[in-house]
Design a protein around this ligand. Structure first.
Ligand code: FAD
Ligand code: DLZ
Ligand code: SF4
Length: 526
């Protein structure tokens, strides 16, 4: 019996369920570079280049093992441009008895996969995606009947299940969570060692040229492409993080610095999400560092929580709540996304820095995504679908299963609090406390109203005023609501007027400036 095994671009692990029982003498693996996937949103150029190069290297590894691979390159003249079209073409050539695939990461693709059997007239088996520690079915069982889904409760279950950082059934260090220790400012003398660069080989250079040629107008730059594109190099990136940055990861997890794009973060998300690294090996490597005494508990617990807690949890929420999850807009946000999210051209230095880093690396660290890029969109009332598309486009680690719950739920509170217990809204004071961005900014973070006031300040209070009724019962919003209650009417009116002036100004325009529009020369995308 011949089995055709389609393998998607984010399933690049030899241990994926669709390959575990492969018969190299009869079976065929199908890998496809297709326009539909490259353009359903206009992904950052580095995201496309990273995946195409990693796919080509993975196909070469399979072939070295003696496995037959049908690899459809983007420029193949017969390429139909879609997974379904390419699967039909491969079926006509290979004539398999059946098709075996692993669950995809996105609802959109799974809908197409569910139609494959009828369209091809062949048995199609879709196996559980074993790149995660908690299956969709297990998560569905855990969340069943719960009105709100508390990540910390899920995380503790995962600690017990995996045995990570557990000692005789109790959490290592006597506590489940060391987050309180993980909010330090970065001292000016600290010099975080940068993550390693992996210079492009011939395959990557070919892909970079292809991407520039076919996707030159997409967001971002290919200059300085630094990603590992093989499992061997991804393992090197993991070892480098554990050796050089993990020990300070906890302390400075929430810190930001002008020009410091990576700080002590692992920068492993593109590898985890494409299959080059597994969550087991990454978390075990961190745990080993703790047991061998190179990294403290607050760093290792914090890092492991992101992976077996947040990562598994958001993926569980996505599959348990789709497709309805994407449709809600609990705060009724309708403002279009300002153009500066694409150009980086804004006088708000924190936002300019985060967009610049995103364009340069197709990556930004968590607190930049959460407290700068996300927080601004929340308090300015940006329409969820527009911000979701932006986050899906710009990051090399972005797939809908992880992007959507983070943006729709954690950032925008568009799910009405299913995922987060309160909106992550903050004024400029938070950004000032955790970074040096404000020192380089044209706005004054200490002023709350007027032309020089930091826009995060009046937008924050305007947000609290707009949603005061809805947030009134939330104990985590008590402090700002009490402060608001003590404010005079005149003060409130001033804050509202500053917010309104700013929101209606050119600074918030969703359109590129006239000189950057097509027809007025090259469209300026960073
Ligand atoms: P580290 O800080 O070193 O953390 C280790 C790992 O934990 C990460 O590699 C990642 O796999 C996992 N992780 C950490 N936080 C989260 C989280 N909130 N959700 C899921 N996994 C997490 N992460 C993505 O992988 N893809 C996305 O599209 C994505 N979009 C985000 C959008 C917003 C608005 C926010 C607030 C967060 C988003 N995240 C996303 C989570 C997080 O910001 C990134 O995983 C992290 O910045 C990746 O860098 P790192 O590998 O150095 O992470
Ligand atoms: C993101 C992406 C891109 C840009 N291109 C491809 C591709 O050409 N071929 C492919 O197999 N996968 C690609 N991907 C990743 C897919 O979008 C991803 O596998 C689906 O969204 C399912 O998670
Ligand atoms: Fe951002 Fe406000 Fe600080 Fe400027 S002053 S960097 S806008 S927080």
């Amino acid at each position: 019996m011949t089995t055709l095994r389609p393998l998607l671009g984010d399933q690049l692990t030899r241990r994926i369920s669709s390959l575990v029982d492969i018969d190299p003498d009869r079976d065929v693996v199908l890998m496809m570079e297709v326009m539909e996937e490259a353009t359903y949103v206009r992904h950052h150029k580095q995201k496309i280049a990273f995946l195409f190069s990693a796919m080509r290297h993975f196909a070469a590894d399979l072939r070295r093992e003696g496995i037959r691979v049908v690899y459809v390159a983007l420029d193949d003249p017969d390429n139909t441009g879609s997974f379904t079209g390419e699967l039909a073409r491969a079926c006509a050539a290979v004539r398999p008895d059946r098709v075996v695939a692993a669950e995809p990461g996105e609802w959109r693709v799974e809908e197409a996969m569910r139609r494959w059997s009828a369209e091809l007239g062949l048995p199609v088996e879709i196996r559980p995606d074993n790149r995660f520690l908690c299956s969709r079915a297990e998560f569905a069982g855990w969340q069943d009947g719960k009105a709100s889904l508390v990540m910390e409760a899920f995380y503790r279950e995962m600690r017990k299940r995996t045995g990570l950082l557990m000692e005789d059934g109790a959490p290592e260090g006597g506590r489940w969570n060391f987050d309180r220790e993980n909010r330090k400012r970065l001292p000016s003398a600290a010099t975080p060692p940068p993550p390693p660069d992996f210079p492009p080989d011939d395959t990557t250079r070919e892909v970079l040229a292809l991407v520039e040629r076919r996707f030159g107008g997409h967001f971002g730059t290919l200059d300085g492409f630094r990603w590992a594109v093989t499992r061997t190099d991804a393992l090197r990136a993991l070892a480098d993080f554990v050796e050089n940055r993990l020990s300070a990861y906890g302390d400075y997890q929430d810190a930001m610095r002008q020009g410091g794009d990576f700080l002590y973060h692992s920068v492993l998300s593109p590898y985890l999400n494409s299959g080059l690294l597994t969550p087991e090996e990454v978390t075990r490597a961190a745990e080993r560092a703790y047991r061998e005494g190179w990294a403290p508990i607050n760093a290792v617990e914090g890092f492991i929580r992101q992976i077996i807690g947040w990562r598994e949890y958001v993926r569980g929420v996505y599959w348990a709540r789709m497709p309805g999850y994407a449709e809600t807009n609990a705060l009724g946000a309708t403002r279009p996304l300002p153009w500066f999210y694409w150009s980086g051209e804004t006088a708000m230095n924190c936002l300019a820095q985060c967009v610049r880093g995103t364009a340069a690396h197709a990556w930004a660290h968590h607190i930049q995504r959460l407290m700068v890029l996300g927080n601004f969109a929340l308090i300015a009332g940006i329409r969820p679908a527009e911000l979701e598309e932006w986050f899906l486009v710009v990051y090399a680690d972005a797939y809908e299963w992880v992007e959507l719950p983070n943006v729709h739920g954690m950032i925008l509170y568009a799910d009405g609090g299913l995922l987060g217990s309160k909106p992550y809204a903050a004024s400029g004071a938070y950004i000032d406390r955790m970074s040096d961005y404000c020192r380089h900014c044209r706005y004054d973070v200490r002023q709350r109203t007027g032309p020089d006031a930091c826009p995060f300040n009046f937008l924050y209070w305007d947000f609290v005023m707009r949603h005061a009724d809805r947030l009134a019962g939330n104990p985590r919003m008590k402090m700002p609501l009490d402060t608001l209650a003590k404010m005079s009417d005149a003060r409130r009116a001033e804050l509202r007027a500053s917010a309104e002036r700013f929101l209606l100004s050119d600074a918030m325009s969703p359109d590129p400036p006239a000189e950057a529009r097509p027809g007025a020369g090259q469209l300026r995308l960073l």
